[in-house]
Write a protein that binds this ligand. Structure first.
Ligand code: FAD
Length: 359
């Protein structure tokens, strides 16, 4: 039995639909919990949550705290803050680690919780680890010395040219938000179950200073890049907006695929920002990432280098992308892309699993 308190994940749901980040956080929390010898707990807040707690067990939670109230049907900062704190205050001691998604909800809620506990919060992490830390500074003697099993919240910084490891071991919970698409979910296990702990909450009049009049959901025609199994991305090497026809054409060869882009192509006005991959765009980890006419700048790389297989097509054999692509093709993308499409179509007709291509 570990001396540490448990790890808590705040489930991210909209209209009782668990967002993919919830499964990613549970995956990361499972790894951290194994190292610490503690449990993974989830907090889910909403109304008429049905079998959501069971789903959280399937993806790695050991215990689920449920706050199910009509007042929580729609997210608002103050009601969700009150509900989250009702759960956290009911615990014997604050969690060792508390994780939220770097989503609209998580980015809003996490700082409120951190402020309540007067603890630190590292935003937009791409990796989470456990490690020891020896603080040699003497300015504050309470902080000096060896701190065991701290949360290493890792995120790109300085224009994504460095990975910063950010620690705050002096106070629990040690908190982080994680970027969508950067953590690996566990394989769901439908036989897993656990303890459901209902928690009541007493709202205060002040929690309703803000009310939601109407929620408008935008229906997007673009596939969510963070969920696509295959991404075909185009860069400035396409030469013009029309070049994306070639990208779309290659992408259409795959089910569950999406079109991505470098920032330079977005900045040129060739494709909307929603397609941008990289530091200031989306972080993705598809089974297959095909980069057409992308040089491989660090700001692009940080958004896609966790893809299982990367194929790069570039006419410059010294392009940086060849240093980290699994397969590199030196050539003109306009000649290579149609050939690739034919090869993949033939391979897939022969029942070759795309995820295994090049694997
Ligand atoms: C703060 C900050 C944030 C940023 N965020 C992002 C981000 O989120 N995402 C991102 O992508 N970038 C980002 N950038 C920009 C990044 O630094 C690069 O400028 C950008 O990624 C370059 O895009 P590119 O590879 O498409 O263009 P280029 O660097 O111009 O590369 C084009 C490539 O196409 C090749 N090429 C040309 N013609 C052909 C052809 N016919 N066939 C095959 N290959 C060809 C060339 O050899 C070249 O390698 C950011 C920069 C900063 C400073």
């Amino acid at each position: 039995m570990s001396n540490y308190a448990d790890i808590v994940v705040i489930a991210d749901q909209i209209k009782n639909d668990l967002r993919p980040i919830t499964f990613e956080l549970l995956g990361a929390a499972t790894d951290l919990a194994k190292k610490l010898g503690v449990k993974v707990q989830a907090i889910v807040m909403g109304y008429e949550l049905g079998d959501i707690p069971q789903t959280l067990f399937h993806y790695g939670a050991n215990e689920v705290f449920v706050v199910d109230k009509p007042e929580l049907a729609e997210y608002t900062t103050l009601t969700y803050r009150r509900a989250a704190l009702a759960v956290l205050e009911a615990m014997e001691r604050p969690p060792h680690i508390l994780l939220c998604g770097a989503t609209t909800i998580g980015r809003d809620l996490a700082p409120r919780i951190a402020a309540y506990f007067e603890t630190g919060l590292t935003a937009d992490c791409t990796e989470l680890e456990i490690g020891d830390y020896e603080h040699k500074g003497k300015a504050d003697p309470a902080k000096t010395g060896l701190h065991k099993d701290c949360l290493y919240a890792i995120r790109p910084s300085f224009g994504e040219s460095l990975k910063a490891r950010i620690l705050g071991p002096w106070k629990n919970p040690q908190m982080a938000t994680a970027r969508v698409g950067t953590m690996m979910p566990n394989e769901p296990d439908n036989s897993r179950t656990g303890k459901i702990i209902p928690v009541s909450v007493n709202f205060d009049e002040s929690d309703f200073r803000v009310s939601v009049e109407e929620t408008v959901y935008e229906v997007s025609n673009t596939v969510d890049l963070t969920q696509a199994k295959v991404i075909v991305s185009g860069g400035f090497g396409l030469g013009s907006a029309d070049g994306f026809d070639v990208v779309r054409d290659l992408s259409s060869a795959f089910a569950d695929s999406a079109v991505g882009s470098s920032r330079k192509a977005v900045d040129a006005g060739w494709i909307p920002y929603a397609h941008q991959v990289g530091q200031s765009g989306k972080t993705v980890r598809p089974a297959l990432y095909i980069a057409l006419g992308i040089s491989g700048a660090i700001q692009h790389r940080v958004g896609m280098s966790n893809s299982a297989t990367i194929i790069a097509v570039n006419k410059d054999e010294d392009a940086p992308i060849f240093q980290f692509a699994h397969y590199g093709i030196v050539g003109d993308l306009y000649e290579v892309a149609p050939l690739l499409k034919e090869r993949f179509k033939t391979a897939m007709a022969g029942d070759v699993n795309v995820a295994k291509v090049g694997g």
